[in-house]
Ligand binder design. Sequence first.
Ligand code: ADP
Ligand code: MG
Length: 455
Amino acid sequence: MSAGHWDYEPFWKEVIDQIKHEITEQEFIMWFRNIEYHASDESQIILNVPSSFYKDQVTKRYLSLLENKLYDLSGNKIKIGFNIQLKVHEKSKKEKKEEPAPVQKKTVRTHPQLNKDYNFECFVIGENNSFAANAAIAIAKNPGTAYNPCLIYGGVGLGKTHLIQAIGNAAYSEFPHLKIVYVTAETFTNEFILSIKEKAAHKFKNKYRKVDVLLIDDIHFLPGKVETQEELFHTFNALYDANKQMVFTCDRPVSELKSLSDRLRSRFERGLNVDLQPPNYETRIAILKQKIETKKVAIPDEVIELICKNVTTNVRDLEKALTKLIAYADLVNKKITIDIAQRQLKDFFTHPQYKNITLALIQKAVADYFGISSNDLKCKKRTKAIAFPRQVAMFISREITEFSTTEVGLDFGGRDHTTVMHACQKIENRMKTDPTLEPTVQHLIKTIKTQNTSG
Ligand code: ADP
Ligand code: MG
Protein backbone atom coordinates (compact mmCIF):
# COMPACT_ATOMS: atom_id res chain seq x y z
CA MET A 1 0.00 0.00 0.00
CA SER A 2 1.41 3.39 -0.89
CA ALA A 3 1.44 6.01 1.78
CA GLY A 4 0.42 8.69 -0.74
CA HIS A 5 1.20 12.12 0.60
CA TRP A 6 -0.33 11.32 3.92
CA ASP A 7 2.04 10.26 6.54
CA TYR A 8 0.60 10.11 9.99
CA GLU A 9 3.41 8.06 11.40
CA PRO A 10 4.78 10.89 13.59
CA PHE A 11 1.34 11.26 15.17
CA TRP A 12 1.22 7.55 15.80
CA LYS A 13 4.64 7.62 17.44
CA GLU A 14 3.55 10.45 19.67
CA VAL A 15 0.37 8.61 20.62
CA ILE A 16 2.39 5.55 21.57
CA ASP A 17 4.71 7.70 23.64
CA GLN A 18 1.78 9.14 25.52
CA ILE A 19 0.05 5.81 26.02
CA LYS A 20 3.20 4.37 27.49
CA HIS A 21 2.90 6.78 30.36
CA GLU A 22 -0.78 6.33 30.90
CA ILE A 23 -1.18 2.60 31.20
CA THR A 24 0.73 0.07 33.24
CA GLU A 25 3.88 -1.41 31.87
CA GLN A 26 2.31 -4.87 31.76
CA GLU A 27 -0.61 -3.61 29.75
CA PHE A 28 1.69 -1.80 27.40
CA ILE A 29 3.82 -4.84 26.84
CA MET A 30 0.78 -7.02 26.47
CA TRP A 31 -1.06 -4.92 23.90
CA PHE A 32 1.36 -2.57 22.17
CA ARG A 33 4.57 -4.49 21.85
CA ASN A 34 3.25 -6.44 18.87
CA ILE A 35 1.62 -3.59 17.01
CA GLU A 36 3.43 -1.71 14.32
CA TYR A 37 2.63 1.23 12.10
CA HIS A 38 1.95 0.12 8.55
CA ALA A 39 0.66 3.01 6.41
CA SER A 40 -1.65 6.02 6.26
CA ASP A 41 -4.20 7.34 3.85
CA GLU A 42 -6.27 10.48 3.97
CA SER A 43 -8.48 9.47 6.84
CA GLN A 44 -6.79 6.63 8.59
CA ILE A 45 -3.74 4.95 9.95
CA ILE A 46 -3.27 1.28 9.28
CA LEU A 47 -1.56 -0.78 11.92
CA ASN A 48 -0.15 -4.26 11.61
CA VAL A 49 -1.39 -6.63 14.28
CA PRO A 50 -0.49 -10.29 14.62
CA SER A 51 -4.01 -11.69 14.83
CA SER A 52 -7.69 -10.95 14.83
CA PHE A 53 -7.58 -11.59 18.53
CA TYR A 54 -5.26 -8.63 18.97
CA LYS A 55 -7.40 -6.52 16.74
CA ASP A 56 -10.51 -7.25 18.78
CA GLN A 57 -8.82 -6.70 22.11
CA VAL A 58 -7.09 -3.48 21.12
CA THR A 59 -10.28 -2.20 19.55
CA LYS A 60 -12.27 -2.93 22.64
CA ARG A 61 -9.78 -1.56 25.10
CA TYR A 62 -8.02 1.28 23.41
CA LEU A 63 -9.54 2.29 20.08
CA SER A 64 -11.43 5.33 21.28
CA LEU A 65 -8.54 6.43 23.44
CA LEU A 66 -6.16 6.16 20.49
CA GLU A 67 -8.48 7.95 18.10
CA ASN A 68 -9.11 10.75 20.58
CA LYS A 69 -5.40 11.24 20.97
CA LEU A 70 -4.93 11.35 17.22
CA TYR A 71 -7.64 13.98 17.05
CA ASP A 72 -6.03 16.07 19.77
CA LEU A 73 -2.67 15.90 18.07
CA SER A 74 -3.67 16.44 14.47
CA GLY A 75 -6.97 18.26 14.63
CA ASN A 76 -8.26 15.68 12.14
CA LYS A 77 -10.56 12.78 12.70
CA ILE A 78 -8.04 10.10 11.89
CA LYS A 79 -9.38 6.60 12.19
CA ILE A 80 -7.43 3.49 12.94
CA GLY A 81 -7.58 0.42 10.75
CA PHE A 82 -5.94 -2.92 11.24
CA ASN A 83 -4.03 -5.12 8.92
CA ILE A 84 -3.93 -8.64 10.26
CA GLN A 85 -0.77 -10.43 9.38
CA LEU A 86 -1.55 -13.96 8.47
CA LYS A 87 -0.74 -16.41 11.13
CA VAL A 88 0.48 -19.94 10.81
CA HIS A 89 -2.88 -21.66 10.70
CA GLU A 90 -3.95 -19.91 7.53
CA LYS A 91 -0.89 -21.21 5.80
CA SER A 92 -2.26 -24.67 5.35
CA LYS A 93 -5.07 -23.33 3.23
CA LYS A 94 -3.21 -20.76 1.18
CA GLU A 95 0.11 -21.72 -0.33
CA LYS A 96 3.17 -21.42 1.77
CA LYS A 97 3.85 -17.86 2.68
CA GLU A 98 6.83 -16.47 4.36
CA GLU A 99 6.61 -16.99 8.06
CA PRO A 100 5.45 -13.90 9.93
CA ALA A 101 7.02 -13.05 13.24
CA PRO A 102 5.42 -15.15 15.97
CA VAL A 103 3.33 -13.33 18.55
CA GLN A 104 5.48 -14.27 21.45
CA LYS A 105 8.82 -12.78 20.66
CA LYS A 106 10.35 -13.17 24.06
CA THR A 107 11.71 -16.60 24.75
CA VAL A 108 9.54 -17.77 27.56
CA ARG A 109 10.95 -20.44 29.78
CA THR A 110 8.66 -22.92 31.40
CA HIS A 111 9.19 -24.06 34.92
CA PRO A 112 9.77 -27.83 34.77
CA GLN A 113 6.96 -28.47 37.25
CA LEU A 114 4.43 -26.36 35.43
CA ASN A 115 2.22 -26.52 32.36
CA LYS A 116 3.80 -24.49 29.58
CA ASP A 117 0.42 -23.42 28.23
CA TYR A 118 -0.40 -21.67 31.46
CA ASN A 119 1.31 -18.38 30.75
CA PHE A 120 0.21 -14.76 30.69
CA GLU A 121 0.57 -14.48 26.93
CA CYS A 122 -2.43 -16.69 26.35
CA PHE A 123 -4.52 -15.54 29.29
CA VAL A 124 -7.23 -13.28 27.97
CA ILE A 125 -7.94 -10.35 30.23
CA GLY A 126 -11.50 -9.12 30.50
CA GLU A 127 -13.50 -7.18 33.06
CA ASN A 128 -14.14 -10.40 34.94
CA ASN A 129 -10.52 -11.16 35.69
CA SER A 130 -8.46 -8.04 35.09
CA PHE A 131 -7.79 -7.32 38.73
CA ALA A 132 -6.60 -10.85 39.41
CA ALA A 133 -4.59 -11.05 36.17
CA ASN A 134 -2.85 -7.73 36.72
CA ALA A 135 -2.04 -8.63 40.29
CA ALA A 136 -0.62 -11.94 39.07
CA ILE A 137 1.52 -10.20 36.46
CA ALA A 138 2.79 -7.74 39.06
CA ILE A 139 3.64 -10.55 41.47
CA ALA A 140 5.62 -12.44 38.84
CA LYS A 141 7.65 -9.31 38.16
CA ASN A 142 8.38 -8.60 41.80
CA PRO A 143 7.87 -11.65 43.92
CA GLY A 144 7.64 -11.07 47.64
CA THR A 145 7.11 -7.35 47.55
CA ALA A 146 3.78 -5.74 46.90
CA TYR A 147 1.04 -8.35 47.00
CA ASN A 148 1.99 -10.89 49.57
CA PRO A 149 0.31 -13.19 50.18
CA CYS A 150 -2.13 -13.18 47.30
CA LEU A 151 -5.26 -15.26 47.21
CA ILE A 152 -7.12 -15.76 43.96
CA TYR A 153 -10.61 -17.14 44.32
CA GLY A 154 -13.41 -18.07 41.94
CA GLY A 155 -15.55 -20.92 40.68
CA VAL A 156 -14.45 -23.92 38.70
CA GLY A 157 -12.93 -23.41 35.26
CA LEU A 158 -12.39 -19.67 35.60
CA GLY A 159 -8.61 -19.70 35.33
CA LYS A 160 -7.26 -20.07 38.87
CA THR A 161 -4.78 -22.79 38.00
CA HIS A 162 -3.85 -21.03 34.80
CA LEU A 163 -3.05 -17.80 36.66
CA ILE A 164 -1.18 -19.30 39.58
CA GLN A 165 0.97 -21.39 37.23
CA ALA A 166 1.51 -18.40 34.96
CA ILE A 167 2.97 -16.62 37.97
CA GLY A 168 5.36 -19.53 38.42
CA ASN A 169 6.35 -19.65 34.76
CA ALA A 170 6.84 -15.91 34.43
CA ALA A 171 8.78 -15.61 37.67
CA TYR A 172 10.94 -18.51 36.57
CA SER A 173 11.64 -16.82 33.23
CA GLU A 174 12.51 -13.59 34.91
CA PHE A 175 14.43 -14.91 37.92
CA PRO A 176 15.86 -18.34 37.11
CA HIS A 177 17.69 -18.57 40.42
CA LEU A 178 14.52 -18.42 42.52
CA LYS A 179 13.21 -21.58 44.08
CA ILE A 180 9.62 -21.82 42.94
CA VAL A 181 7.34 -24.54 44.24
CA TYR A 182 3.86 -25.22 42.91
CA VAL A 183 1.66 -27.72 44.67
CA THR A 184 -2.02 -28.40 45.06
CA ALA A 185 -3.34 -28.33 48.61
CA GLU A 186 -4.15 -31.99 48.16
CA THR A 187 -0.57 -32.93 47.29
CA PHE A 188 0.69 -30.73 50.10
CA THR A 189 -1.55 -32.65 52.48
CA ASN A 190 -0.51 -36.04 51.16
CA GLU A 191 3.18 -35.20 51.30
CA PHE A 192 2.78 -33.99 54.83
CA ILE A 193 1.00 -37.13 55.97
CA LEU A 194 3.60 -39.29 54.27
CA SER A 195 6.43 -37.35 55.88
CA ILE A 196 4.99 -38.07 59.30
CA LYS A 197 4.53 -41.74 58.51
CA GLU A 198 8.08 -42.00 57.28
CA LYS A 199 9.39 -39.88 60.12
CA ALA A 200 10.71 -37.40 57.62
CA ALA A 201 8.93 -34.29 58.85
CA HIS A 202 12.22 -32.52 58.78
CA LYS A 203 12.60 -33.08 55.05
CA PHE A 204 9.11 -31.79 54.47
CA LYS A 205 9.75 -28.63 56.45
CA ASN A 206 12.99 -28.08 54.61
CA LYS A 207 11.29 -28.33 51.29
CA TYR A 208 8.52 -25.86 51.99
CA ARG A 209 10.21 -23.40 54.28
CA LYS A 210 13.11 -22.80 51.95
CA VAL A 211 11.31 -21.58 48.88
CA ASP A 212 11.20 -18.13 47.36
CA VAL A 213 7.83 -18.50 45.74
CA LEU A 214 5.24 -20.90 47.12
CA LEU A 215 2.17 -21.49 44.99
CA ILE A 216 -0.61 -23.56 46.56
CA ASP A 217 -3.59 -24.34 44.37
CA ASP A 218 -7.09 -25.18 45.65
CA ILE A 219 -6.85 -24.49 49.36
CA HIS A 220 -10.55 -25.34 49.65
CA PHE A 221 -9.19 -28.84 50.06
CA LEU A 222 -7.80 -27.99 53.50
CA PRO A 223 -10.88 -27.69 55.71
CA GLY A 224 -11.03 -30.44 58.28
CA LYS A 225 -7.35 -31.32 57.86
CA VAL A 226 -6.28 -30.03 61.24
CA GLU A 227 -2.64 -31.07 61.28
CA THR A 228 -1.98 -30.02 57.74
CA GLN A 229 -3.47 -26.62 58.51
CA GLU A 230 -1.21 -26.36 61.50
CA GLU A 231 1.82 -27.18 59.39
CA LEU A 232 0.79 -24.73 56.69
CA PHE A 233 0.31 -22.06 59.32
CA HIS A 234 3.94 -22.43 60.42
CA THR A 235 5.17 -22.62 56.85
CA PHE A 236 3.24 -19.45 56.15
CA ASN A 237 4.79 -17.60 59.05
CA ALA A 238 8.30 -18.66 58.18
CA LEU A 239 7.93 -17.55 54.58
CA TYR A 240 6.08 -14.38 55.45
CA ASP A 241 8.76 -13.29 57.88
CA ALA A 242 11.37 -13.90 55.24
CA ASN A 243 9.44 -11.84 52.66
CA LYS A 244 8.91 -14.81 50.41
CA GLN A 245 6.05 -14.74 47.97
CA MET A 246 2.98 -16.88 48.55
CA VAL A 247 0.02 -17.29 46.27
CA PHE A 248 -3.05 -19.39 46.97
CA THR A 249 -6.18 -20.22 45.06
CA CYS A 250 -9.55 -21.17 46.42
CA ASP A 251 -12.96 -21.88 44.92
CA ARG A 252 -14.70 -19.34 47.17
CA PRO A 253 -13.83 -16.45 49.46
CA VAL A 254 -11.86 -17.68 52.44
CA SER A 255 -14.53 -16.30 54.75
CA GLU A 256 -16.83 -18.99 53.37
CA LEU A 257 -14.50 -21.91 54.04
CA LYS A 258 -15.82 -23.91 56.90
CA SER A 259 -13.60 -25.88 59.29
CA LEU A 260 -10.57 -23.73 58.69
CA SER A 261 -8.65 -22.61 61.74
CA ASP A 262 -9.16 -18.93 62.46
CA ARG A 263 -5.50 -18.18 62.54
CA LEU A 264 -4.87 -19.76 59.15
CA ARG A 265 -7.91 -17.97 57.75
CA SER A 266 -6.57 -14.67 58.96
CA ARG A 267 -3.24 -15.42 57.27
CA PHE A 268 -4.94 -16.05 53.94
CA GLU A 269 -6.90 -12.87 54.29
CA ARG A 270 -3.88 -10.83 55.22
CA GLY A 271 -2.63 -9.86 51.76
CA LEU A 272 -4.48 -9.27 48.56
CA ASN A 273 -7.67 -11.26 47.89
CA VAL A 274 -8.86 -11.04 44.30
CA ASP A 275 -11.69 -12.84 42.58
CA LEU A 276 -12.35 -14.31 39.16
CA GLN A 277 -15.86 -13.94 37.76
CA PRO A 278 -17.34 -15.76 34.78
CA PRO A 279 -16.39 -13.99 31.56
CA ASN A 280 -19.02 -11.91 29.79
CA TYR A 281 -19.96 -12.47 26.15
CA GLU A 282 -17.22 -10.29 24.65
CA THR A 283 -14.55 -11.87 26.76
CA ARG A 284 -15.83 -15.34 25.91
CA ILE A 285 -15.48 -14.47 22.24
CA ALA A 286 -11.94 -13.21 22.80
CA ILE A 287 -11.00 -16.33 24.73
CA LEU A 288 -12.46 -18.68 22.17
CA LYS A 289 -10.75 -16.87 19.31
CA GLN A 290 -7.51 -17.10 21.14
CA LYS A 291 -7.93 -20.83 21.72
CA ILE A 292 -8.83 -21.31 18.06
CA GLU A 293 -5.65 -19.57 16.97
CA THR A 294 -3.54 -21.98 18.92
CA LYS A 295 -5.41 -24.92 17.41
CA LYS A 296 -4.77 -23.87 13.84
CA VAL A 297 -8.27 -24.45 12.53
CA ALA A 298 -10.71 -22.29 10.67
CA ILE A 299 -14.02 -21.73 12.44
CA PRO A 300 -16.56 -19.28 11.07
CA ASP A 301 -17.46 -16.31 13.25
CA GLU A 302 -21.10 -17.34 13.42
CA VAL A 303 -20.09 -20.63 15.00
CA ILE A 304 -17.91 -18.81 17.53
CA GLU A 305 -20.85 -16.58 18.36
CA LEU A 306 -23.18 -19.54 18.69
CA ILE A 307 -20.86 -21.20 21.18
CA CYS A 308 -20.28 -18.06 23.21
CA LYS A 309 -23.97 -17.26 23.41
CA ASN A 310 -24.76 -20.70 24.72
CA VAL A 311 -21.82 -21.76 26.82
CA THR A 312 -21.82 -19.19 29.55
CA THR A 313 -20.65 -21.07 32.61
CA ASN A 314 -16.87 -20.96 32.50
CA VAL A 315 -13.82 -21.17 30.29
CA ARG A 316 -13.30 -24.87 30.75
CA ASP A 317 -16.73 -25.58 29.25
CA LEU A 318 -15.96 -23.26 26.36
CA GLU A 319 -12.79 -25.22 25.68
CA LYS A 320 -14.61 -28.53 25.89
CA ALA A 321 -17.17 -27.39 23.34
CA LEU A 322 -14.41 -26.29 21.01
CA THR A 323 -12.47 -29.51 21.41
CA LYS A 324 -15.51 -31.59 20.67
CA LEU A 325 -16.30 -29.61 17.56
CA ILE A 326 -12.78 -29.82 16.24
CA ALA A 327 -12.56 -33.53 16.96
CA TYR A 328 -15.78 -34.14 15.08
CA ALA A 329 -14.76 -32.06 12.09
CA ASP A 330 -11.43 -33.85 11.99
CA LEU A 331 -12.98 -37.25 12.20
CA VAL A 332 -15.51 -36.82 9.45
CA ASN A 333 -13.19 -34.52 7.56
CA LYS A 334 -15.76 -31.78 7.18
CA LYS A 335 -15.66 -28.02 7.41
CA ILE A 336 -17.18 -26.73 10.61
CA THR A 337 -20.50 -25.11 9.80
CA ILE A 338 -23.20 -23.66 11.97
CA ASP A 339 -25.40 -26.72 11.39
CA ILE A 340 -22.71 -29.09 12.49
CA ALA A 341 -22.00 -26.95 15.54
CA GLN A 342 -25.64 -26.81 16.48
CA ARG A 343 -26.04 -30.56 16.23
CA GLN A 344 -22.76 -31.54 17.86
CA LEU A 345 -22.93 -29.14 20.75
CA LYS A 346 -26.53 -29.71 21.79
CA ASP A 347 -25.45 -31.11 25.13
CA PHE A 348 -23.28 -28.15 25.93
CA PHE A 349 -26.05 -25.67 25.44
CA THR A 350 -27.47 -26.01 28.88
CA HIS A 351 -30.66 -24.71 30.40
CA PRO A 352 -32.37 -23.60 27.21
CA GLN A 353 -35.57 -23.23 29.21
CA TYR A 354 -33.93 -20.56 31.33
CA LYS A 355 -32.93 -18.54 28.36
CA ASN A 356 -34.14 -14.95 28.16
CA ILE A 357 -35.08 -14.75 31.81
CA THR A 358 -34.30 -11.19 32.70
CA LEU A 359 -33.42 -9.81 36.09
CA ALA A 360 -36.37 -7.43 35.74
CA LEU A 361 -38.71 -10.40 35.46
CA ILE A 362 -37.26 -11.94 38.61
CA GLN A 363 -37.45 -8.67 40.48
CA LYS A 364 -41.08 -8.16 39.54
CA ALA A 365 -42.13 -11.68 40.53
CA VAL A 366 -40.34 -11.52 43.87
CA ALA A 367 -41.56 -8.01 44.62
CA ASP A 368 -45.16 -8.98 43.78
CA TYR A 369 -44.93 -11.98 46.04
CA PHE A 370 -43.72 -9.95 48.99
CA GLY A 371 -46.06 -7.06 48.32
CA ILE A 372 -43.39 -4.50 47.55
CA SER A 373 -42.28 -2.84 44.32
CA SER A 374 -39.38 -3.71 42.01
CA ASN A 375 -37.91 -0.32 42.82
CA ASP A 376 -37.80 -1.21 46.49
CA LEU A 377 -35.41 -4.01 45.57
CA LYS A 378 -33.09 -1.57 43.87
CA CYS A 379 -33.19 1.23 46.41
CA LYS A 380 -30.88 1.82 49.31
CA LYS A 381 -33.38 0.82 52.01
CA ARG A 382 -32.16 -1.95 54.27
CA THR A 383 -35.19 -2.57 56.43
CA LYS A 384 -35.92 -6.21 56.96
CA ALA A 385 -39.15 -6.04 54.96
CA ILE A 386 -37.09 -5.14 51.90
CA ALA A 387 -33.67 -6.61 52.58
CA PHE A 388 -35.00 -10.15 52.79
CA PRO A 389 -36.96 -10.14 49.50
CA ARG A 390 -33.92 -8.51 47.91
CA GLN A 391 -31.73 -11.37 49.07
CA VAL A 392 -34.24 -13.89 47.77
CA ALA A 393 -34.35 -12.15 44.40
CA MET A 394 -30.56 -12.08 44.19
CA PHE A 395 -30.39 -15.75 45.10
CA ILE A 396 -32.91 -16.69 42.43
CA SER A 397 -31.06 -14.56 39.89
CA ARG A 398 -27.92 -16.55 40.51
CA GLU A 399 -29.81 -19.84 40.49
CA ILE A 400 -31.64 -19.57 37.22
CA THR A 401 -29.70 -17.11 35.09
CA GLU A 402 -26.11 -16.94 34.02
CA PHE A 403 -25.63 -13.35 35.09
CA SER A 404 -22.48 -12.91 37.15
CA THR A 405 -22.63 -11.57 40.69
CA THR A 406 -21.29 -8.30 39.30
CA GLU A 407 -24.09 -8.06 36.78
CA VAL A 408 -26.72 -8.97 39.35
CA GLY A 409 -25.33 -6.41 41.79
CA LEU A 410 -25.45 -3.70 39.16
CA ASP A 411 -29.06 -4.41 38.38
CA PHE A 412 -30.01 -4.31 42.02
CA GLY A 413 -29.26 -0.65 42.51
CA GLY A 414 -25.56 -0.74 41.73
CA ARG A 415 -24.55 -2.99 44.55
CA ASP A 416 -21.19 -4.65 44.85
CA HIS A 417 -20.79 -8.27 43.76
CA THR A 418 -19.76 -9.22 47.28
CA THR A 419 -23.19 -8.09 48.48
CA VAL A 420 -24.74 -10.51 46.03
CA MET A 421 -22.48 -13.33 47.17
CA HIS A 422 -23.38 -12.54 50.71
CA ALA A 423 -27.10 -12.53 49.98
CA CYS A 424 -26.90 -15.92 48.28
CA GLN A 425 -24.99 -17.36 51.18
CA LYS A 426 -27.51 -15.99 53.64
CA ILE A 427 -30.44 -17.51 51.80
CA GLU A 428 -28.65 -20.82 51.51
CA ASN A 429 -27.94 -20.86 55.22
CA ARG A 430 -31.43 -19.84 56.09
CA MET A 431 -32.92 -22.60 53.98
CA LYS A 432 -31.17 -25.06 56.23
CA THR A 433 -32.92 -23.77 59.33
CA ASP A 434 -36.20 -22.47 57.94
CA PRO A 435 -38.18 -25.27 56.27
CA THR A 436 -40.63 -22.85 54.66
CA LEU A 437 -38.06 -20.96 52.70
CA GLU A 438 -37.13 -23.55 50.10
CA PRO A 439 -40.74 -24.15 48.97
CA THR A 440 -41.18 -20.38 48.68
CA VAL A 441 -38.11 -20.06 46.52
CA GLN A 442 -39.17 -23.03 44.37
CA HIS A 443 -42.62 -21.54 43.97
CA LEU A 444 -41.12 -18.24 42.87
CA ILE A 445 -38.81 -19.93 40.39
CA LYS A 446 -41.75 -21.80 38.88
CA THR A 447 -43.74 -18.59 38.59
CA ILE A 448 -40.86 -16.83 36.91
CA LYS A 449 -40.37 -19.61 34.39
CA THR A 450 -44.04 -19.71 33.51
CA GLN A 451 -44.15 -15.96 33.07
CA ASN A 452 -41.05 -16.20 30.92
CA THR A 453 -42.52 -18.71 28.45
CA SER A 454 -45.92 -17.06 28.35
CA GLY A 455 -44.60 -13.55 28.05
P1 ADP B 1 -9.71 -23.36 37.55
O1 ADP B 1 -8.36 -23.72 38.09
O2 ADP B 1 -10.21 -22.04 38.04
O3 ADP B 1 -10.74 -24.42 37.68
P2 ADP B 1 -8.30 -23.43 35.03
O4 ADP B 1 -7.19 -22.49 35.35
O5 ADP B 1 -8.00 -24.87 35.04
O6 ADP B 1 -9.55 -23.13 35.98
O7 ADP B 1 -8.93 -22.99 33.64
C1 ADP B 1 -9.70 -23.88 32.84
C2 ADP B 1 -9.29 -23.73 31.39
O8 ADP B 1 -9.68 -22.46 30.92
C3 ADP B 1 -7.79 -23.79 31.21
O9 ADP B 1 -7.51 -24.51 30.05
C4 ADP B 1 -7.37 -22.36 31.05
O10 ADP B 1 -6.25 -22.22 30.21
C5 ADP B 1 -8.59 -21.73 30.42
N1 ADP B 1 -8.78 -20.33 30.79
C6 ADP B 1 -9.38 -19.84 31.89
N2 ADP B 1 -9.41 -18.51 31.88
C7 ADP B 1 -8.81 -18.12 30.73
C8 ADP B 1 -8.54 -16.85 30.14
N3 ADP B 1 -8.90 -15.71 30.72
N4 ADP B 1 -7.89 -16.84 28.96
C9 ADP B 1 -7.55 -17.98 28.34
N5 ADP B 1 -7.78 -19.20 28.85
C10 ADP B 1 -8.40 -19.29 30.02
MG1 MG C 1 -7.72 -25.43 39.13
